[in-house]
Design a protein around this ligand. Structure first.
Ligand SMILES: [Zn+2]
Length: 308
């Protein structure tokens, strides 16, 4: 299996201020872990800025205009209580969204089999018209829209195993029958959404709320339902919102996954992608705030993507 890692230097220049959990060190820590993997099948690419057109289709023209106007020249600025932008954030946000588009292009050109975009800011809390929860543009949703618009796909599955509900991704695709959005998350918890009753206009949203304290074995058992859903839906491509904050050592949440569980999960997603959509699988970083835990977990994630 050939796996491509997308990174961007701009990810390190998105400054969220002293002590913020969504910090540049998250990226350096993950990259350090992946660099320990010695494999001829691992390649690296640098993300380029997204075509604004696809971000506008995902959010709206007015939203993108408003966000573009809000990037500060020389100080930090709060978009909400915890979503902070700095002078370096514009390039970081555009390259974060661009990374998933380039990953998709590379897979369709058969340059590699799957990809992991190690970028920030994350995206899954950004709603159609609202930045939120450290997120500015909804990167994984931009990927979904790009697959529909450029590659004319009709069935895209997004699996979000970040410990928080991806309210933004749900909001963007709530009435879109081309996208099956599946999210497992601690509940009730930030951001408050993600109940089982939120099912989408076309029964295209599948939420798996989990109690605080959920163990590895229960978590992995819940995912049996996800695999069933995917087999019924038969996606043409699978996107992963890869947050590593369901780890037991994560400071922001209370689910008890071990680092190696991210290997098991990824292995299962990969074999489903091989069974259902020619192995087309693109993963993009969301949350995860313990630097050691994300380094180990992301390394396991990439080893599984490589088929090791
Ligand atoms: Zn999260």
């Amino acid at each position: 299996m050939k796996t491509c890692i997308f990174t961007s230097n701009s990810s390190l220049n998105h400054d969220t201020g002293q002590g913020h959990p969504e910090c540049p060190e998250r990226i350096s820590s993950i990259i350090k872990g992946i660099k320990q993997i010695k494999s001829p099948n691992l390649t690296w690419k640098t993300a380029t800025e997204a075509d604004q057109y696809f971000i506008e289709l995902t959010h709206s023209k007015s939203y993108v205009k408003k966000i573009n106007a809000s990037f500060p020249k020389d100080e930090l600025k709060y978009l909400d209580g915890d979503t902070i932008i700095s002078p370096g954030s514009k390039k970081a946000a555009y390259e974060a969204a661009g990374s998933i588009m380039s990953a998709i292009d590379g897979i369709f050109k058969k340059e590699f089999n799957n990809a992991f975009c190690v970028i920030r800011p994350p995206g899954h809390h950004a709603e159609k018209e609202k930045p939120m929860g450290f997120c500015i543009f909804n990167n994984v949703a931009v990927g979904g829209v790009y697959l529909i618009e450029k590659y004319k796909l009709n069935k895209i599955a997004i699996i979000d195993y970040d410990v928080h509900h991806g309210n933004g991704t749900q909001d963007i695709f709530y009435e879109n029958n081309k996208v099956l959005y599946i999210s497992s998350h601690q509940f009730p918890f930030y951001p408050g959404t993600g109940s089982k009753e939120e099912r989408g206009k076309y029964d295209n949203i599948f939420n798996i709320p989990l109690e605080a304290g959920t163990s590895s074995s229960l978590f992995l058992k819940e995912y049996e339902k996800v695999y069933e859903k995917l087999r019924v839906f038969k996606p043409e491509c699978i996107l992963l919102s890869s947050g590593f904050d369901a780890h037991k050592d994560d400071p922001l949440a209370n689910i008890n996954l071990e680092s190696k569980d991210f290997y098991t999960l990824t292995k299962n997603f990969l074999s489903l992608a091989q069974e259902l959509c020619d192995g087309k699988l693109i993963s993009i970083l969301e949350g995860g705030y313990n630097l050691n835990a994300i380094q180990e977990s992301a390394k396991f994630h990439v080893e599984a993507l490589l088929g090791q």
